[in-house]
Structure formats: C-alpha cells, structure tokens
Ligand binder design. Structure first.
Ligand code: ZN
Ligand code: FE
Length: 256
C-alpha cells in the first residue's frame, strides 16, 4: 500500500520535478533540482518542508537549482559519485545497489548509465514507484550521450526487470513526439496505436502523460521491445540480438 503523496510539476520547457511527501513524519524528498524557484513554489503550494534531494545525473536541467535549494531548505543531497562539476553539492554519493531509508521505507539505487555515465534511478519497492530520470521515458528513452548503445540496453534491461506494476516517473514531457517515432518502427502494434491516440488527446487538454506503468511501456515503448517478433519482422532483424535491435531503434530515433 502506498503511503506517500506525490506532487509532479513542470519546469523549464518540458522538465518534470517530483516531490515525495510522507504525511506521518512530514519528510519530503525532491527528485532533481533543476530550477530553484519552481521547486520552492511547489513546496510552498503543498506546505511541505524539503528534507531530502535525490539527484539523477549531472545535466544542468536537473542540477542548476541545487545549490540554492539545498541552502534555502537545509535538505540533505544524495546523488551520483564522480568529480563532475554537477556533483559539487552532493553530500552523500551513491552507487549501484546502495539502499537509503526515507521515512522508514527503502529506496534502492539503480545505476543506469548510457544517457550519462553517472545516471542513477531511484526505486521505492513498497510504493511500486521508480524515478527513471533521463534513462526511460514514456514511449522513449534518453539519447545516448556519454555511454554506448550496449550500455544503455543493459541499463534499460535493469528497469525491465522491475515488477510490471511499477509506476514510472520520468523527467521530461516528450511522450507525444515519442509516440510519432514509436509508430514509425512498430506500426502494427494496436496497443501502441491506442496509446498514441490517448497521449494526443491528453496533450491537447494540457494534461501530463507522466507517470506511466512499466507494463504499458513494455507493451508500447519500442526501446523496451527489442525481443518483440512483430517489431523485429518490421525492421528486418528477425535474427539479430536484442542489443542490436535496440541500437537500430535508437539510431533511427536519433535521425527521425
Ligand atoms: Zn539529461
Ligand atoms: Fe534532462
């Protein structure tokens, strides 16, 4: 049974921030800190005091407000290890397999490099929630900047191994564009067609398409469907490895 409250808000052009609040202890965690005033406004709106900040990766749209937010709230900052300039304000450095207690519940740290080498995702088993940063998006995945396709496929495979009812909070509202691309590589997937229509109507009403369920992503997100025989047949890759199919789909997206 979930016990936390979640507040998702937009900042920048298409970034999502999330606050996780425990009504019992009054502890509140922020996922990333890309914009100090947007996070502060979200906290004020809810009347929550920030106690924890969890950073997914060093990119500016996830870290630019960190120093100011940590200073103004006194929150403890957890995030990736390394000597990147984006890591300066991280107090507790985390890596794969680390476990943190938040309000008495466990947060498991998953290292999912590919988009960046430092990328961390945060999984809350008792809540069935995973914060996937710029690794896994609704109907998409992050562009591979610092790693390689094999590394990204391995990282996505870690997320695919989570329970299918896991709620996926990703960091950007990219879903409508992702749906257009997804249909170009998996055009016969009826669940994808239905989801693309649903996404278009939600966006037309200004509604978010994040979070989503891992089970929906497994059925419709082409970056998780390297083993799907229909998509493989369409791509002419029936004999390829899953990593090769993923690399082909990611390359096509880069050029879409
Ligand atoms: Zn990023
Ligand atoms: Fe980002």
């Amino acid at each position: 049974m979930p016990r936390f409250a979640y507040h998702q808000f937009l900042y920048g052009s298409d970034n999502y921030g999330v606050l996780v609040h425990d009504p019992e202890t009054q502890l509140t965690a922020a996922i990333d800190a890309g914009d100090h005033s947007a996070y502060q406004q979200a906290l004020d709106e809810k009347g929550w005091q920030l106690s924890h900040i969890f950073i997914t990766h060093h990119h500016g749209d996830h870290t630019e407000g960190l120093e100011a937010l940590a200073t103004s709230t006194g929150a403890h900052v957890y995030g990736p290890s390394g000597d990147n300039p984006g890591h300066v304000h991280i107090m507790t450095q985390l890596s794969e397999g680390d476990e943190i207690a938040f309000a008495g519940e466990q947060i498991k740290v998953l290292h999912t490099p590919g988009h960046t080498l430092d990328m961390l995702n945060f999984y809350l088993p008792t809540e069935s929630v995973c914060f996937t940063g710029d690794t896994l998006f609704s109907l998409g995945c992050g562009r591979v900047f610092e790693g390689d396709f094999n590394m990204m496929w391995h990282s996505l495979s870690k997320l695919m191994a989570l329970p299918s009812d896991t709620i996926i909070y990703s960091s950007h509202e990219y879903t409508e564009a992702n749906a257009k691309f997804a249909l170009s590589v998996d055009p016969d997937n009826q669940m994808l067609k239905d989801r693309a229509a649903e996404v278009a109507s939600k966006r037309a009403q200004g509604q978010p398409t994040v979070p989503s369920l891992l089970s929906e992503e497994m059925a419709t997100n082409p970056f998780l469907r390297a083993s799907d025989s229909g998509m493989r047949a369409y791509l002419g890759m029936a004999e390829a490895t899953d990593a090769e199919v993923f690399a082909e789909v990611r390359t096509r997206k880069d050029n879409f």
